[in-house]
Design a binder for this molecule. Structure first.
Ligand code: KIV
Ligand code: ZN
Length: 510
C-alpha cells in the first residue's frame, strides 16, 4: 500500500494573508465545510491572538468541521498559545501550531534573540501547548535560510517537549528542490526522536517553485504538505493544493503516495474560494483555470476526438469539471438549473433556486445560450447579496464630463437615493454610494472581463477598494459593464460595512 501524505490546508490562515482576501466568519465556515468535503487532513483556521474577530472565527470553524483536524496558529508566546487553545476548545481533533524563527537574519533583526533563547522558547512553547491540546505542530520559521545543525537541535528540543509535527517552512520562497530535499534528509537524520514526529513542508511561491519544492521535500522524508486552494497566500502565494495533489495522483509512478483527497471536489473548492474572496483565477492556472482543459489548435482537437489521452494527462471529470460547457437555454426548467448548479459545486436551497431561476430567465432572454461561467457569476451575485447590508435597487447615469449618477440603495426596509457627479459613470456612482453609506474608499484595482465568448456576454467586474488599512475585493456581473462595476464596488463596500459591524459586536482588536 502507498504511504500517506497528509494535506494541511492553510487557505483560511496563510491564504487569507493575500491582499484583499479577507473573509468574514460566514465565509470562513462555508469554506471550511467545503475543505472538509474535499478531504483535507487538517484545516488551519486562523491566528486567534490577532483579534477578537479572528478568535471567534477560529472557534466557529472548530465547531463546524466534522472530519478534518482543526489547527490554530500561535507565536511561541504564552498569551498566543493560551488564546489558540481556548479557540480550539470545541474542535473534535484540535492541533495547536506554534512557531518561532530560526534563521540568523530573523533571530538577530526581528526577534533580537540568541539561538539559545530561541531554542528555549521553542521547547517551552511546545510544552505549554502540549499541556492544553493533544496534538502540537512546531514550525521553525524561515527554516530554509537557517543553519541545518541548528534546525536539527531545535527539532530535537521540540520533539522532546512533545511536538507531533515538525514543519520546516520556506517562508520567503527562496529554496530549490535539491536543497530542500537535502535539508529534510539532514534534519530527519540528525534530530533525536525524528521517527516519533511527522515532518512537514510549507512553501511560498516567490520563485514559482512552491509545488516542486513540496514534492522534493516529500522525497527528503516530509509526510505532510501545507498548501492553499488556488495557491493563494502571502506575496506570490503558497503551494497550490490542486497542483500538488494532482501531481501526486497523475504521476503516481514517480510519487508513490496517497493523499486522501476527493479530487472531484477540487473545482468546487476553487470556485467557492474565488467567489467568497473575489480573487479571480488566471485563465491559464493549472487544473482550475478556465483554459486548463481547452484545446485550441486544430491538430490537438483532432487528436482529442481520436483519443482524449493524446493531449490530456488527466480528465476534467477527475477534478470536478464537466467537459461540455453549454448549459441551459430559455426553456430549461428549474430542476435542470438546480442540477447544473450542483454540478458546479453549489448546493442551493429551494428559495435560492427560485431567486436564481428568476435571474436566469432574464439572462436567457437576452442571451440564447447560458454557459457554466454565466451561471457561476449569477450565483456569485446572489451569494453576495445574501450577506450584504446595502442592495442596489436603481442606477441611472447621464451625460459626460461630468457624469451625473443617481443611485438608489435598499438597507433593510429603507430606500435611500443619492446623486453625485464624477469623471465618468463608475466614479459618479461610487461617490453616490459612499455618501449613502458614510465611508470613503480608494479604488485600487478595477478589472472588467467578458464571462463567456460572444457580444452578448455577461461582463464581470472585480475591484479592490481600500478603506484605511484594509483592502477588500468585490465582484459583480451584468450584461451592462457599468452596472457590473457598480455591483462590484458595492460588494467591496458591503464587506467593509460587515467588518465594522462585527468589530462593534466583538469589541476592538487587540
Ligand atoms: O511561511 C511561514 O513560515 C508560515 C509559518 C507561520 C508556518 O506561514
Ligand atoms: Zn507561510
Amino acid at each position: 500500500m502507498s504511504e500517506r501524505i497528509h494535506i494541511f490546508d492553510t487557505t483560511l490562515r496563510d491564504g487569507e494573508q493575500s491582499p484583499g482576501a479577507g473573509m468574514d466568519d460566514n465565509a470562513k465556515v462555508q469554506m471550511a465545510q467545503q475543505l472538509d468535503r474535499l478531504g483535507v487532513d487538517i484545516i488551519e483556521a486562523g491566528f486567534p491572538i490577532a483579534s477578537q474577530q479572528e478568535f471567534e472565527s477560529v472557534a466557529r470553524v472548530a465547531k463546524a468541521v466534522k472530519n478534518a483536524r482543526v489547527a490554530a496558529l500561535a507565536r511561541s508566546l504564552d498569551k498566543d498559545i493560551d488564546r489558540a487553545a481556548e479557540a480550539l476548545q470545541y474542535a473534535k481533533r484540535p492541533v495547536l501550531h506554534t512557531f518561532i524563527a530560526t534563521s540568523e537574519i530573523h533571530m538577530k533583526y526581528k526577534l533580537r534573540m540568541s539561538p539559545e533563547q530561541v531554542l528555549d522558547a521553542a521547547a517551552a512553547a511546545v510544552a505549554r501547548a502540549k499541556r492544553q491540546v493533544p496534538r502540537v505542530e512546531f514550525s521553525a520559521e524561515d527554516a530554509t535560510r537557517s543553519d541545518w545543525e541548528f534546525l536539527a537541535q531545535v527539532s530535537t528540543a521540540a520533539i522532546e517537549a512533545g511536538a507531533d509535527v515538525i514543519n520546516l517552512p520556506d517562508t520567503v520562497g527562496y529554496t530549490t528542490p535539491d536543497e530542500i530535499r537535502d535539508m529534510f534528509r539532514y534534519v530527519i537524520a540528525n534530530a533525536k526522536g525524528a521517527e516519533k514526529a511527522v515532518f512537514s513542508s510549507h512553501n511560498h511561491n516567490d520563485l514559482g517553485l512552491a509545488v516542486a519544492n513540496a514534492l522534493a521535500a516529500v522525497e527528503g522524508g516530509a509526510r505532510q504538505i501545507e498548501c492553499t486552494v488556488n495557491g493563494i497566500g502571502e506575496r506570490a502565494g503558497n503551494t497550490s493544493l490542486e497542483e500538488v495533489v494532482m501531481a501526486i495522483n497523475t504521476r503516481n509512478d514517480r510519487f508513490q503516495y496517497e493523499c486522501g483527497i476527493n479530487t472531484k471536489e477540487i473545482v468546487p473548492s476553487s470556485t467557492l474560494l474565488s467567489m467568497i474572496t473575489g480573487l479571480t483565477i488566471p485563465f491559464n492556472k493549472p487544473i482550475v483555470g478556465r483554459n486548463a482543459f481547452a484545446h485550441e489548435s486544430g491538430i490537438h482537437q483532432h487528436g482529442m476526438i481520436a483519443n482524449a489521452s493524446t493531449y490530456e494527462i488527466m480528465t476534467p471529470d477527475s477534478v470536478g469539471r464537466s467537459r461540455s460547457d453549454l448549459v441551459l437555454g430559455k426553456h430549461s426548467g428549474r430542476a435542470g438549473l438546480a442540477r447544473r448548479s450542483a454540478e458546479l459545486g453549489f448546493e442551493l436551497s429551494d428559495d435560492q433556486t427560485d431567486q436564481l431561476y428568476e435571474r436566469f430567465i432574464v439572462l436567457a432572454d437576452r442571451k440564447k445560450e447560458v454557459y457554466s461561467d454565466d451561471l457561476r457569476m449569477l450565483i456569485v451575485d446572489l451569494h453576495n447579496e445574501e450577506f450584504q447590508t446595502y442592495h442596489l435597487e436603481e442606477l441611472r447615469t447621464f451625460g459626460e464630463d461630468p457624469t451625473v449618477a443617481l443611485v438608489k440603495l435598499k438597507c433593510g426596509d429603507e430606500m435611500i437615493t443619492e446623486t453625485a457627479t464624477g469623471d465618468g459613470p463608475v466614479h459618479a456612482a461610487s461617490v453616490a454610494i459612499e455618501r449613502i453609506v458614510g465611508h470613503t474608499g480608494r479604488l485600487e484595482e478595477f478589472e472588467v472581463r467578458a464571462t463567456t465568448p460572444g457580444k452578448d456576454a455577461l461582463g464581470e467586474a472585480h475591484v479592490t477598494v481600500r478603506f484605511g488599512e484594509r483592502a477588500y475585493r468585490g465582484s459583480g456581473a451584468s450584461t451592462d459593464i457599468i452596472a457590473s462595476g457598480i455591483h462590484a464596488y458595492l460588494n467591496a463596500v458591503n464587506k467593509h460595512v460587515a467588518y465594522l459591524e462585527s468589530k462593534k459586536l466583538n469589541g476592538n482588536e487587540k
